[in-house]
Ligand binder design. Structure first.
Ligand code: M1P
Length: 252
């Protein structure tokens, strides 16, 4: 189908980690070229929990990255691009205020300081423009240490317990504590989950929104957008599964 015949009232919107790429790794060439073919048929967009720099790295750091997607939503859509034009940017500091932020950071650092894990590295709190990322092992860990923590966490539920403690400590702060990727927890105001990107698409009269994500179960950071009546949600288990599901929808 020629690009001019593509259906611009339909978008396939993808989570990044676990959906288009292995966690925090670069997209594989076959998935990348599949997206190019898909984009000849419908609009293609990304909605990741990570910040723009990390998503760009994972998508291959191409100079023309923004032109490779119709929409790119970083930090759940709090940082929003339509092609190469920025169409949205939220500010956590202004919205939540320093008093609550400091209480949260102090509590989180205190809690994490008492954890004994297979190893600990650096950057336990990452302050982004629209969310705080809390990471018990430390974001500067190596890929091997990341995988090791991931396995340890599956068994010992480190992040689940941390989330419970955060919810108990901040029941009325209007904050969401979500397990997004492999080693960390995202903290953001209620409503600033991945659904935040949907009004941008509705405003552009996009009628059909297919969302593909791997963390679609309750508590995962794809859950709300997956369940939202404005989207058609698809659960995937890996980038290969994403491609297979799309081949059945658009190429069979
Ligand atoms: O999958 C999205 C998540 O990616 C990273 O998670 P982790 O480092 O824990 O694997 C983080 O950028 C996180 O904020 C994001 O939600």
């Amino acid at each position: 189908m020629a690009a001019s015949q593509r259906d611009t009232s339909t978008i396939c919107l993808f989570d990044v980690d676990g959906t288009l790429t292995p966690n925090r790794q670069r997209i594989k060439p076959d998935v990348e070229s599949f997206l190019v073919e898909l984009r000849k048929k419908v609009l293609v967009g990304l909605v990741g929990g990570s910040d723009f720099v990390k998503i760009a790295e994972q998508m291959g750091n191409h100079e023309d990255l923004l032109d490779r997607f119709d929409y790119l939503f970083a930090e759940n859509g709090l940082v929003a691009y339509k092609g190469s034009t920025q169409i949205g940017q939220q500010n956590l500091k202004k919205y939540v205020g320093d008093e609550v932020l400091q209480k949260l950071i102090n509590f989180a650092l205190g809690y994490m300081s008492r954890l004994v894990l297979p190893c600990k590295r650096g950057t336990f709190v990452e302050f982004r423009s629209s969310m705080i990322n809390l990471c018990p092992v430390g974001r500067s860990c190596s890929q091997e240490e990341r995988d090791e923590f991931g396995k340890y966490d599956e068994e010992h539920k480190v992040r689940e317990k941390f989330v419970e403690a955060l919810r108990a400590e901040f029941p009325n702060a209007g904050l969401v504590f979500a397990i997004g990727g492999q080693i960390s927890i995202d903290v953001f105001p209620v409503g600033w989950d991945k659904r935040f990107c949907l009004p941008f698409l509705q405003k552009d009269d996009i009628k059909t929104i297919h969302f593909f994500g791997d963390k679609t179960a309750k508590g995962g950071n794809d859950h709300e957008i997956f369940e939202d009546p404005r989207t058609i949600g698809h659960t995937v288990v890996s980038p290969d599964d994403t491609v297979q599901q799309l081949k059945q929808i658009y190429f069979s």
